[in-house]
Design a protein around this ligand. Structure first.
Ligand code: ATP
Ligand code: MG
Ligand code: MG
Ligand code: MG
Length: 477
């Protein structure tokens, strides 16, 4: 079943259960405390907290999400994208646990002919919060799930709160068993790679008070209006239903992965490292496409920095696959074509999106080319001097003047059979940071007048190499 079809079925199903269909909000969250929209419920926070009366008592959406926290997982696990879509159904003081569980069960296991997904109920497991006997009772009653496939879990996994006073409550999650070929027996508690989490049901039931963060706080009492917030990972369900191995192989993502393989002349499935790189490219191109689509542009901080990091990691991954020429035009076009059925606005916005992406690609490729010339010479010098280690000074210069990320230096040195003085590099970085801090202090105190430099710049008197070093960060790759 195509991803767009699962999405359509979702919205139709919940609409038929009296939910108002709400379009996805932007990835740029309206909540100033969040960089991006990280979950389906984010646009509904004012209604959940009761600050603003909800215009409907039930809503459903398929929300675009970005989770930068998951960036290191991408390509390595089967189930984490930096961009993904969360299907949600929400109740604001309307229905509660029983209906939420019944809807989820019906949508997952109801027949395909009736508009549901037709998953095999024997393959589904659920988790509940340790004390939440009520949910266990409902699961038994509504879904007839045997006790063996219901697991109790603690605060960390199955209790939701924002970390601050306000609504809180237990969760119940639904997992899909991929079978013994994918890992150990024993349910999600034993192996979350075999048992894939697909849906989280949050029962906002209590008012929490002060306390330390997410796991130790006082419960003040029951909420006067209880809410339901659920999130089903659209890509996760798609990958399980499409019979592929991971979410990078679904119809909305796979074409980019295939193109990365074609451009590099490599075969997907032939090498573990290269496979990860292809999946990273496929994931990051799609995330960047959607972020630029929502108005983010590459920058050195905030949202723009996340975007820059995704774009540069893509360039880097393509280089590791052996492709050094510019390829963003091809990659982004294919990604756009795979996504436009669900997001037709991408077509109209594509020129702008492509310009931003290709601009960043060009800049970074130039950086890489300039740095590589210097690094090759430095490595030749090390060898000529019969040493085996590149100095911290050289690595620092590469970073500072050429904007060369340290990971890249390490990798190229390693390819040449040499090591890098990492401690030396680190202490030079620390010195630079201290200097910058001192400068900032001085500037704050009015010690230096920097306006004179901007005059130079305006007149084009001098070229600031500082620009290039500002553009990169060791964290980038
Ligand atoms: P995991 O434990 O697998 O990291 P999670 O518990 O962090 O997932 P939730 O915060 O409960 O995820 O989000 C609700 C649903 O959204 C999950 O059940 C999953 O289906 C989906 N989801 C979460 N993170 C991602 C991601 N990075 N990529 C794709 N889908 C995701
Ligand atoms: Mg997670
Ligand atoms: Mg989880
Ligand atoms: Mg979860």
């Amino acid at each position: 079943m195509q991803t767009a079809e699962i999405r359509r079925r979702w919205l139709d199903f919940f609409e038929s259960k009296g939910h108002t269909v709400v379009p996805s909000a932007s990835l740029i969250s309206e909540d100033p405390s969040l960089l991006f929209t990280v979950a389906g419920m984010v646009p509904f926070i004012p209604y959940m907290s009761g600050l603003v009366p909800a215009p409907y008592s039930r809503a459903t959406s398929v929300q675009k999400c970005v989770r930068t926290l998951d960036i290191e997982e991408v390509g390595k696990t089967t189930r984490h994208g930096t961009f993904f879509q969360m299907n949600g159904n929400f109740s604001f003081g309307d229905y509660f646990k029983k209906e939420a569980i019944a809807y989820a069960w019906e949508f997952l296991t109801g027949s395909k002919d009736s508009g549901c997904l037709g998953l095999d109920p024997q393959l589904l497991w659920v988790t509940v919060f340790q004390d939440d006997d009520e949910s266990i009772g409902i699961w038994r009653e509504v879904a007839d799930i045997p006790m063996e496939r219901i697991q109790r879990r603690g605060m960390k996994d199955n209790y939701w709160s924002t970390g601050q006073p306000g609504p809180a409550g237990p969760c119940s999650e639904i997992y899909y068993d991929r079978g013994p070929a994918y890992g150990r027996e024993g349910g999600p508690e034993a192996d979350e790679d075999r048992y894939i989490e697909i849906w989280n049901l949050v029962f906002m039931q209590y008012e929490r008070g002060e306390g330390t963060g997410k796991d130790s706080f006082e419960i003040l009492g029951e909420l006067p209006k209880k809410n339901i917030d659920t999130g089903m990972g659209l890509e996760r369900v798609a990958f399980l239903m499409q019979g592929v191995e991971n979410l990078y192989e679904i119809d909305q993502v796979r074409p980019v992965l295939d193109l990365a393989a074609k451009l590099s002349g490599k075969t997907y499935g032939a090498s573990v490292e290269d496979d990860v790189r292809m999946r990273v490219v496929a994931d990051h191109v799609r995330s960047a496409l959607m972020l630029i689509g929502d108005g983010v542009t590459p920058a050195n901080d905030g949202r723009g920095y996340v975007l820059r990091r995704l774009l540069r990691r893509t360039v880097r991954s393509m280089r590791l696959l052996g492709v050094e020429r510019p390829v963003f035009t091809e990659l982004f076009t294919v990604s756009k074509d795979a996504m436009k059925a669900a997001y037709p606005e991408l077509e109209a916005e594509f020129d702008r999106i492509l310009r931003a992406a290709v601009g960043e690609e060009e800049t970074f490729l130039r950086t890489l080319t300039a740095g590589t010339v210097f690094l090759d010479q430095a490595l030749a010098d090390v060898k000529a001097a019969k040493s085996t280690q590149l100095t911290g000074d050289a690595a620092f210069l590469l970073h500072d003047t050429y904007g060369f990320p340290i990971d890249l230096t390490l990798e190229i040195a390693e390819e040449a059979g040499l090591t890098v003085d990492r401690d030396g590099f680190k202490s030079l970085m620390a010195e630079q940071r201290d200097r910058a801090k001192a400068d900032a202090r001085e500037k704050k105190l009015g010690g230096t007048d920097l306006s004179v430099y901007s005059d130079f710049r305006a007149k084009g008197v001098t070229k600031f190499t500082g620009y290039e070093s500002l553009e990169t960060d060791a964290k980038v790759l």
